[in-house]
Design a protein around this ligand. Structure first.
Ligand code: ZN
Length: 281
């Protein structure tokens, strides 16, 4: 109980700091505090460390590129302040895997599924990091990205657009989380069981990159895209464009917005990491 309260307190402080730093809006702050309480309060330092590596590096990059996006990021759905939906899309799967770990460890402490749940937790956050790093740092690519479905060049920030710099950044974002889990494991920390630290690193980094690929593929194919008749531009913004006018549905599934695509990214990576860890252990 004391651990849970400490977790709640730490989560509240971090969510508040992120709110003050304008990395989260109000609903995003509440969602992050809830996620943090589960992960810090039920898990502990190593769980918290992995969540914070994602949260701090992603938030910092998003803040850093906020100004650049104002010029070139017409297509982005939301600003750099994350709301509750974005927090759930990025961290919900990790929270669910962590919660599953804690519940299972109460009833079946020696279960073989526990280490794979930890790897899945890392993989899902690696994917969220890969996606954010790829999106933000991808803006630095000298040429416009190529759409993964048609291979045509699209404006920077378009969902489903891939570039060399963006892909390398995704790899870096994923490897940062994978590397942290691997380092923890080599220091005797973490919960990867008998799995070799380097294999933990590879599985998490690879799964994270896989999630980012699923994200780009969905973004390029099924994600809802709208059109602003006033600005004559494609956008993810709906019902209102940033100019204040109503946008019209152009293509894609109406319900499949950027938050669902991000959720598909973290869920697919979490499942991939979990399955690989079960297969390779
Ligand atoms: Zn407009």
């Amino acid at each position: 109980m004391a651990k849970l309260l400490t977790g709640l307190l730490v989560a509240l402080v971090i969510a508040y700091l992120a709110f003050r730093a304008k990395a989260l809006n109000k609903s995003g702050g509440v969602a992050a505090a809830l996620l943090g309480t589960i992960v810090f309060g039920l898990g502990g330092l190593d769980w918290a460390l992995i969540l914070l590596i994602f949260f701090i590096s992603s938030s910092a990059l998003s803040k850093f590129f906020e100004k650049k996006k104002g010029i070139s990021g017409e297509n982005f759905l939301k600003g750099s302040r994350r709301d509750a939906w974005q927090v759930a899309a990025n961290g919900g799967m990790a929270g669910l895997l962590a919660l599953s770990y804690f519940i299972l460890s109460r009833f079946s402490p020696g279960s073989e599924v526990l280490p794979p749940l930890w790897i899945g937790f890392g993989a899902s956050l690696a994917a969220a990091n890969a996606d954010t790093w790829g999106t933000e740092l991808g803006l630095l690519n000298p040429s416009n990205p190529v759409l993964l479905s048609t291979f045509k060049r699209v404006p920077k920030g378009t969902s489903g657009g891939v570039s060399m710099v963006g892909t390398l950044a995704s790899l870096g974002g994923s490897a940062l989380v994978g590397g942290a889990v691997g380092l923890l494991a080599s220091a005797g920390w973490g919960h990867g069981g008998d799995m070799r630290p380097f294999l933990q690193f590879l599985v998490i980094t690879g799964s994270g990159l896989f999630g980012a690929f699923v994200d780009s593929l969905l973004g390029a194919s099924l994600q809802a895209i709208y059109y602003c008749p006033v600005c004559k531009k494609e956008t993810e913004q709906h019902p209102l464009h940033r100019c204040g006018n109503l946008t019209e549905h152009l293509r894609g599934l109406m319900w499949l917005n950027n938050d669902w695509v991000n959720a598909a990214c973290t869920i697919s990576a979490g499942i991939m990491g979990l399955l690989l860890a079960i297969l390779l252990n």
